[in-house]
Design a protein around this ligand. Structure first.
Ligand code: MG
Ligand code: MG
Length: 259
């Protein structure tokens, strides 16, 4: 069932998603070689709680932490760990959720640790571009397949592959609501988008083949060929003339400019 949000609900979702953007900005300030992913998780949890909100992922389906932190060939759902120390040249996807006033925020950004290989940098750039290609289609009257098709064609044209097993989703009083928002598909197919739907678009794009597997921890999703993967995510409200992006990379970009 797809819930259509009222203007009031969209403002509450904007608040929660703004907090996700600010939290990612706080995390961005601390990403460097030598920091553990558990330390980044602690920074995020403290910040979210200091703003009168709760981490959206902690305890969700039994997930143990505030952030999903996924390094290099980990696609998504990496569990923060004191033993996972970021190294020069790594890429690290940080996915953050918040729960504030009963509504969820959800957004993700893939960071470069120090200097990364040019081909890895290009994977990140293309994945981020594909997110905005998808968002261009996120308006009333378009269909879910239009979003997936835009993401898929942009990434496949660049020689990358699209993960199939995980998809974007509706966001509201639940972290994951209908409809599912795949990063692949056919233009003109699937659920028709309506004003007031709120969805997360989140391309997960692999440098090598699309296949992934889940580790024994029950969470970590890794590429089968162990090549790097990138992940960017925004939550948005569907409007008549386009998407109203509720999350933001502004604070991340501010932090990155200062480095
Ligand atoms: Mg997310
Ligand atoms: Mg999501």
């Amino acid at each position: 069932m797809i819930f259509i949000k009222s203007e009031e609900e969209i403002e509450l979702l904007r608040e929660s998603n703004l907090l996700v953007g600010k939290t990612l900005g706080e995390v961005a300030k601390h990403i460097r070689p030598g920091v553990s992913t558990l330390e980044l998780d602690r920074i995020a949890e403290e910040y979210i709680r200091s703003q009168g909100a709760e981490p959206g992922f902690k305890g969700y389906g039994g997930f143990p932490n505030t952030l999903c932190i996924s390094v290099n060939d980990v696609v998504v759902h990496g569990i923060p760990s004191a033993r996972c120390i970021l190294q020069e040249g790594d890429v690290v996807s940080v996915d953050c959720g918040t729960l504030k006033n009963g509504y969820y925020g959800d957004s993700a950004y893939t960071f470069e640790v120090g200097q990364v290989a040019e081909e890895v940098h290009r994977l990140l750039e293309t994945t981020k571009e594909s997110l905005y290609k998808g968002i261009e289609k996120a308006m009333a009257g378009m269909r879910i397949g239009d979003i997936g098709h835009a993401v898929q064609s942009h990434c496949e044209n660049a020689g990358y592959s699209v993960v199939r097993e995980m998809v974007g989703h509706g966001v509201g009083k639940n972290l994951h609501e209908d409809p599912q928002v795949p990063n692949y598909g056919k233009a003109g197919q699937g659920v028709k988008l309506k004003e007031g739907m709120v969805i997360a678009v989140e391309p997960m794009i692999n440098m090598g083949k699309r296949h992934v597997f889940q580790e024994n921890d029950g969470w970590t999703i890794r590429t089968r060929d162990r090549m790097p993967s990138a992940h960017f995510e925004h939550t948005m409200a569907i409007g008549k003339k386009g998407a109203d992006i509720l999350s933001t990379f502004e604070y991340v970009e501010q932090a990155l400019r200062k480095q």
